[in-house]
Design a protein around this ligand. Structure first.
Ligand code: NAD
Length: 253
């Protein structure tokens, strides 16, 4: 998707740096070979490496998706402590070696849930995903939320692996809209550092509706929040604050 121009537009050439760990180096090399064999006009080079410094050197955009999955029997703390170590190494390499604009802007992906929500609404209303209309409040407050929340688990059950195409597509949408701007009249969901908007504690990375223009994001202001949404938003803020504490405790352990 990236090499075809779906992320950065049809006129933006790129060099891809691909990082994985030693046990995956052979399949990483195969990915490189396949990228070369696709002869994408925009793809000016592929650096496939297991060296985090080489991977981070001079990059303008870093998509951090290398991680340790939660496997059966693992506690949240176990998976967190493994990933904290991974992300600390990558963040340190980015800090030292990436280009300036890369390390100053960090957001997180909530677009997969956003897209899943659009798909559920479109299916419910039997319309394409770009229509706006939903009045069945009971469905919105119950099935809709549950379906979106449990979609990842449903895919995992069905294919015995977590979502791949939709996750990649959401990551692509996220970066494209961030860099090239959200289409006029719309907003998207992005996890960004809270400035206190909507009563979310400042400094917490939280999913907000945002509008992007020329590589910067801005939280959409002034939306009315009913009691139901307020409660859900506060629940999410509490869970994220707990997760942040857990991450810091693993980092300092
Ligand atoms: N797939 C989804 O729908 C989804 C949704 C939400 C979050 N995530 C998160 O995104 C991340 C990636 O998910 P995935 O489904 O692609 O997982 P995956 O297990 O399919 O892929 C992870 C990749 O990261 C590599 N990796 C492991 N340790 C690494 C390290 N230290 N440095 C570099 N690479 C390393 C692995 O070898 C593998 O290629 C995970 O943290 C996951 O929790 C995924």
């Amino acid at each position: 998707m990236i090499a075809r121009g779906m992320m950065l537009g049809p006129d933006q050439p790129m060099i891809l740096h691909l990082l994985d760990i030693e046990p995956a180096s052979s399949s990483l090399e195969a990915v490189k070979m396949e990228l070369q064999d696709s002869a994408f006009p925009l793809l000016k080079g592929v650096i496939a490496t297991t060296d985090v410094v080489e991977a981070c050197k001079d990059v303008n955009i870093a998509i951090m998706i290398g991680g340790f999955p939660r496997i059966a029997g693992m506690e949240r703390k176990d998976v967190m402590s493994k990933n904290v170590v991974i992300y600390k190494a990558q963040a340190s390499a980015l800090e030292r070696y990436a280009s300036e604009d890369c390390k100053e802007n960090i957001t997180c992906l909530t677009r997969l849930d956003h897209n899943r929500a659009l798909a559920q609404l479109a299916d419910k209303l039997s319309v394409p995903t770009d229509k706006e209309l939903a009045t069945d409040h009971n469905w919105l407050k119950n099935e809709f939320i549950t379906e979106v929340q449990q979609r990842g688990a449903a895919i995992l059950r069905a294919r015995k692996q977590s979502s791949a195409l939709s996750a990649a597509s959401a990551a692509c949408d996220h970066i494209r809209d961030w860099f090239l701007g959200t289409p006029k009249g719309t907003w998207v969901s992005m996890g960004v550092c809270s400035d206190g908007s909507y009563g979310i504690p400042p400094g917490l990375v939280y999913s907000f509706p945002v509008i992007c223009e020329k590589g910067s994001w801005k939280i959409v202001q002034g939306l009315s929040i009913d009691a139901f949404s307020r409660e859900k938003m506060d629940d999410s803020a509490r869970e994220l604050a707990e997760e942040k504490d857990l991450a810091y405790s693993c980092l300092n352990a």
